[in-house]
Structures are given as C-alpha cells and as structure tokens.
Design a protein around this ligand. Structure first.
Ligand code: G
Ligand code: MN
Length: 376
C-alpha cells in the first residue's frame, strides 16, 4: 500500500451526492488524498449529520431531488455560518451561481472535473475553516515547515550509561525561532495535525539510521490522538511502531481527548509504547498516570532542579518512583545538568536518564562521549 501523503491538511469532509457512482468516486479520491470522508446520498440528512459529527468542509452536488444544492446551503448556513461548502454542478446556471455566492459557498466546480481540482478546492476549504488567522502566520508556518528538521537527544541507562534511546525534538532553520513558537503558529492557523504529521514522517525517515537495539521517543500533542494518520497502520511511523515510544505531555489535559482508552489501545495494538511526559510539572496531576498506565514516565526538569539540596524534593521523586514501580512503568529523569543531580537520581533509583549533562540534542543519532563524562 502507498504511504499517506503528508499534505493536504487532514480534515473531515462530508460529501453529498444522490448519484451513487459519483459519490463513491469523490469519496475515494478525497480519502486517498488523506482526508476523512463520510458520504451521504440523501441531502435531507445533511443537517442532522453535521450536528452529530465534527466536519471541516462539505462537498455537495447542486442538482438533487427533494433538496437542491442551494437549499442545502441555506440549511447549512442556518446551523453553521462558517462551514466551507464546495458545490459541484453539471450545468451551473447564473442564478444558482449568484445564490451560491450570496450564501458564501467557497467554490462552484463544473462537472466533470479533474480529481486534482476537487482535492485543491477541498484543501483550500479545510485550511480556511475556522482559520481566520492572517496570511502572514500561514506563510511563516509554511517557511518553518520547509526548514523543519529533528534533533535527537540520547537517553542513557542509569547503571552503565549506555545509550538506550533518543528523544526526537523538532527544530527549524528558518521561521519560528523555537519549538514553542512553531506549535503556537500551528495552533493559531488551525494546522496542528499538518505539523504533527510532518514531524512524525520526518522522524520515521531519520529512523532508517537508528541503531537496531535503540528506541525512539516521539512527542505527541494530546490533540494528535484525534488524527487518523497517527493510528493508521499505513503511516511511516506506524511501520516502525515497535521501536517507538509516544510521549504524551501532561501539560495539556488528556481529559479533552474523546475515548482516550480506545485510542491508546489502538496505538498499543500497532506496537507503540506510551510515555507520560513532564510528570510533576503540575498540570493534569496523577490522574493521568492511572488512566494511561504508561510504559514510561518522564520526570519533569522542575523536579530535578535543586534536587540535591532539597530532602523534600527527593522524597517526592522517591514516591513517584515507587508509584511507577507499582504500576509497572519505567522511570526516566529529564533535564539532568550536573553530576550531583545524576548521582542523587541514581541513588533514588530512576531507570534511565536524559539531559545536557550527557548530551545536548544533536544530529541523528549521536551517543554521548562517555570518556568526557567520566573525566568531568
Ligand atoms: O517537554 P519535553 O520534555 O519534551 O521538552 C524537552 C525540552 O527540554 C527540549 O527542548 C530540550 O532541548 C530541553 N532539554 C533537554 N535537556 C535539557 C536539560 O538538561 N536542561 C534544560 N533546561 N533543558 C533541556
Ligand atoms: Mn518530551
């Protein structure tokens, strides 16, 4: 099977056409382009369907029995002012075109059309959906994504300091100045899943160089759990799922993710393992720990800073480690910067470690220089 293309932006499309063959062709074309698609032959069902699901655009025929495309557009506008609608018509009349403009249809495509015309129109429609972001933000994100690459930071075993894994961290040579700004741009332009797909596909490509006994930790945003590309067995990262640990940050609430358990189950069925990132940063709390049953937990840097001089902080970490053991999770301490921090965490019993003390994020897949560490 062919890989899913990284573009166009993922989105959920409702296609309406009473002509069964045309409906099936449009549905297949849009699915192949990476969209989630629901097809509907009965235009009277559109309003109910839109109320029930989350759609980013509607594609509809104009000439249908019972309800024509313009009436349909009016019904859609009564419940959703901003839903992008692409109309398709065999012989568009000037009158229909004028009504379509008045009701803010996005495009009126004349049948027959090339498949690319449909994909382009729908891509444009999805992009415009709830993205009233100014064009310069889209352009900055485009520039950043073109210059996107991944840096890899080693994760080492506590006892032997052997490199057991790398964490992939996104970087841009141009555009966004840091990963925080990049994510913010993607959120402002409603293009988070497009960015996340690009990151995952880049990691999967880099992984061709990954030493065979090492794991790759990849950050996912809780909202990525709604993206079918992530749970598709066909995506490049899924093909190496057994070597990948998905880090879900505790910083944004997992409570907002619908059907979290079934999504985690689907990911684990593909072979992915799951880590809770930034544990102890003071966000969702320990509830996520129990609901996710992570294979790994990563202790946040804020727990590590100042650790050697604070008995209370050591107690907190010791308790978290004990809890993780009970739940069967491995513990990784992040952001270790000094020998003191390393040695206290080693006594407390974390399994693996990561931080500038061992190595800064760098090109794939460089292990820390142990000789330098031992001499330090
Ligand atoms: O949220 P997450 O844990 O994925 O964030 C990792 C970030 O922490 C990366 O941007 C990485 O560059 C940074 N980082 C990695 N090691 C250290 C460290 O030792 N100290 C600090 N301050 N930051 C680190
Ligand atoms: Mn992380």
């Amino acid at each position: 099977m062919s890989a899913l293309p990284p573009e166009p932006p993922p989105g959920s499309i409702l296609v309406v056409d009473d002509d069964d063959l045309f409906l099936r062709v449009c549905t297949a074309v849009l699915k192949r382009a990476g969209f989630q698609v629901e097809g509907l032959r009965d235009p009277t069902q559109v309003v109910d369907t839109l109320k029930r699901g989350r759609f980013d655009a509607v594609v509809s025929d104009v000439r249908m029995p019972n309800v024509d495309g313009v009436q349909l557009l009016r019904a859609i506008r009564s419940i959703d002012e901003a839903m992008p609608v692409v109309l398709m018509s065999g012989q568009p009349t000037v009158e229909a075109a004028m009504q379509a403009i008045e009701l803010k249809a996005m495009r009126l495509l004349q049948k027959p059309f090339e498949v690319d015309v449909l994909v382009d129109a729908v891509t444009f429609a999805v992009r415009s959906r709830s993205s009233s972001a100014p064009m310069h933000l889209h352009q900055k994100l485009d520039r950043s994504m073109k210059a996107l690459h991944m840096a890899y930071q080693p994760i080492v075993g506590t006892r032997d300091q052997r490199t057991v894994a790398w964490e992939a961290l996104v970087r841009c040579r141009e555009g966004a100045k840091d990963p925080g700004e990049l994510l913010h741009l993607a959120e402002q332009t409603n293009r988070l899943s497009e960015l996340s797909r690009r990151i995952r596909d880049t990691v999967a490509r880099d992984a061709a160089e990954l030493p065979t006994d090492a794991l790759l930790f990849v950050n996912v945003h809780p909202r990525d759990l709604d993206d079918p590309h992530l749970v598709s067995g066909d995506s490049p990262l899924s093909r190496i799922a057994r070597r990948v640990v998905l880090e879900i940050t505790e910083r944004s609430s997992l409570e907002e993710v619908d059907a979290l358990q079934s999504k985690l189950f689907a990911l684990r069925s593909l072979g992915f393992r799951i880590a809770i990132d930034d544990l102890g940063a003071g966000y969702a709390g320990l509830a996520t720990f129990a609901s996710v049953e992570p294979d790994f937990v990563k202790l946040d840097g804020s727990l590590v800073r100042g650790l050697s001089s604070s008995g209370k902080q050591q107690l907190v970490i010791a308790s978290l480690i004990e809890l993780a053991r009970e739940l069967g999770s491995h513990v990784i301490a992040e952001a270790i910067e000094t020998e003191e921090e390393r040695s206290v965490l080693s006594v407390l019993g974390v399994d693996w470690m990561q931080g500038y003390y061992f190595a800064r994020p760098g090109p794939p897949f460089q292990a820390p220089n142990l000789a330098v560490l031992k001499a330090a």
